[in-house]
Design a protein around this ligand. Structure first.
Ligand code: AMP
Ligand code: ZN
Length: 138
């Protein structure tokens, strides 16, 4: 299903032009308009899902396979040294377009790290409680 007011629905389904690197019946992969690095590609399902949590399994499996295909093509075309695959869910996680998408970002040995986080120290008892609480909800 498409969502009327969703820009990525329009782009994925070809109603708005984009720099497309790949298209099939499930997906369109496009260059990000404001790339973190040249070649930064977005994988957009043609069907609308808000995010990872609401997407179906078939779409998610196919998206990851496509991420591999795009990553291999970026490596061959752009001679990058590594690839980040990034996927944001919810505003708290930095999601700005609420249509499921995967970022596939070429990385270079001499470039700065763009996916970083603070490394907190963990407390063993608390870790056990957190693990149990997540496990209970699976
Ligand atoms: P996120 O923050 O994970 O929701 O990522 C949204 C991404 O979409 C950002 O990297 C934007 O630069 C990119 N973006 C937004 N609008 C467009 C557009 N019209 N065409 C291509 N990329 C876009
Ligand atoms: Zn959409």
């Amino acid at each position: 299903m498409k969502k009327d007011d969703c820009i990525f629905c329009k782009i994925a389904n070809g109603e708005i032009p984009s720099d497309t690197v790949y298209e099939d019946e499930m997906f369109r992969a496009i260059l990000d308009l404001s790339p973190a690095v040249k070649g930064h590609t977005l994988i957009l399902p043609k069907q609308h899902f808000d995010d990872l949590l609401t997407a179906d399994g078939e779409t998610l499996s196919a998206a990851l396979k496509l991420a591999q295909k795009i990553a291999r093509a970026q490596k061959a075309a752009l001679k990058c040294d590594g690839i980040n695959v990034v996927q944001n869910n919810g505003e708290a996680a930095g999601q700005t377009v609420h249509h499921l998408h995967f970022h596939v970002i070429p990385r270079y040995a001499d470039g700065e790290k763009i996916v970083t986080w603070p490394q907190l120290t963990s407390e063993p008892e608390e870790q056990k409680m957190i693990a149990a609480s997540i496990a209970k909800n699976l």
